[in-house]
Design a protein around this ligand. Sequence first.
Ligand SMILES: NC(=O)c1ccc[n+]([C@@H]2O[C@H](COP(=O)([O-])OP(=O)(O)OC[C@H]3O[C@@H](n4cnc5c(N)ncnc54)[C@H](O)[C@@H]3O)[C@@H](O)[C@H]2O)c1
Length: 420
Amino acid sequence: MKKIAVIGLGYVGLPLAAAFGEKREIVGFDINSKRVLQLKDGVDVTQEVSREELSAASGLSFTDNLEGIRDCQIFIVTVPTPIDEFKTPDLTPLVKASETVGQVLKQGDIVIYESTVYPGATEEVCVPVLEKVSGLVFNKDFFAGYSPERINPGDKEHRVTSIIKVTSGSTPDIADEVDALYASVIIAGTHKASSIKVAEAAKVIENTQRDLNIALMNELSMIFSRLKIDTHEVLAAAGTKWNFLPFKPGLVGGHCIGVDPYYLTHKAQAIGYHPEIILSGRRVNDNMGPYAAAELVKAMIKSGHTVASSRVLVMGLTFKENCPDLRNTRVIDVIQELEDFGCSVDVTDCWADNAEAEHEYGISLVESPESGIYDALLLAVPHREYIVRSAQELRAYLKGNGVLFDLKGVLPLGEAELRL
Ligand SMILES: NC(=O)c1ccc[n+]([C@@H]2O[C@H](COP(=O)([O-])OP(=O)(O)OC[C@H]3O[C@@H](n4cnc5c(N)ncnc54)[C@H](O)[C@@H]3O)[C@@H](O)[C@H]2O)c1
């Protein structure tokens, strides 16, 4: 049986490595030595894989040393694919990981990429790096595959083995081998795409579709706010139609939905097509933070608060609920805008790591906010610890006439002054 290495042990790489580790020998490699040490101790700070699951994965070992993966024959690359400040793809981690694999690549090896990219990136960007570093020839000496990941951090129902996995390979035989490899651990089954490019495109449009659907809801929310009707009531009514899709308005953060469309638009522009719909959706979603802050400020003024001397409590900073991931959270846009209005903002988050919040955003999280002192409370991220409390309990943080903004509309209708 071929030995596998997973390169990059984050939200995607670790659960995958653990799933394989229950069945066969696999080495998890990461450049982050601290992460490797923690994993060796059975601790996954992303909270995706439990200590029990890690010990059940008896074939899985961890290393930050290139020598530890030299005897592997299949390399699965699961490193980040972020965007830079100009919102263009930053392929640095992917190139670096390819350089790493190139150094240990041998005749007959297969390199499978899982990171989300634009159609063509595997063969146009990664494979040339592998060829250059290894001196081997693609599709003669070594082969490639692409199998995008669909996990949803914090979601204990849709896990790596219970989601159908798209697979592909650089030749028909390799596509079969890659497909069989994943089929051996993915209980939900696999879908073999006809080419690497098709598999790459499939992943990037899944998230683009979601981004656009949320953008539509956000636009509707802005229209309905002016019409003084509640968006969630409208959606509940429209949702009784069999083919109305159940999307909700909200901030679109994280490193997938709000990022991946830019990979697609980057490639589209490179081939001379200027995407309109995709980018207009992105514009709407990127403006939701300032919009939400302005709505809150209006509601505070109406309730008689002096905005410039007001105190606002924001509950939840992570990019989504029940997940410690702070990367690309758009809650920060609301906070910054509120501060621009002159509000003094306290942020609390029972899932986020304080040091990371401080490092990434300069925010020192308040562990136990004081009762009765806030002019407004923004329930930005409805972690389960927050929504087990009633609106009345949440209001304990507020002054008598304080404003409760239920950004995602998780509280019963009428319990908050404001929701998107
Ligand atoms: N997180 C998700 O929900 C999700 C879902 C589907 C797809 N994806 C995609 O999967 C990819 C990985 O995302 P993630 O959330 O797991 O990222 P992550 O940041 O959680 O993890 C990436 C890991 O790779 C390591 N790494 C970075 N450069 C490396 C290198 N050169 N060599 C070895 N290790 C390296 C980092 O130290 C980190 O531990 C991205 O392309 C992302 O878009 C993510």
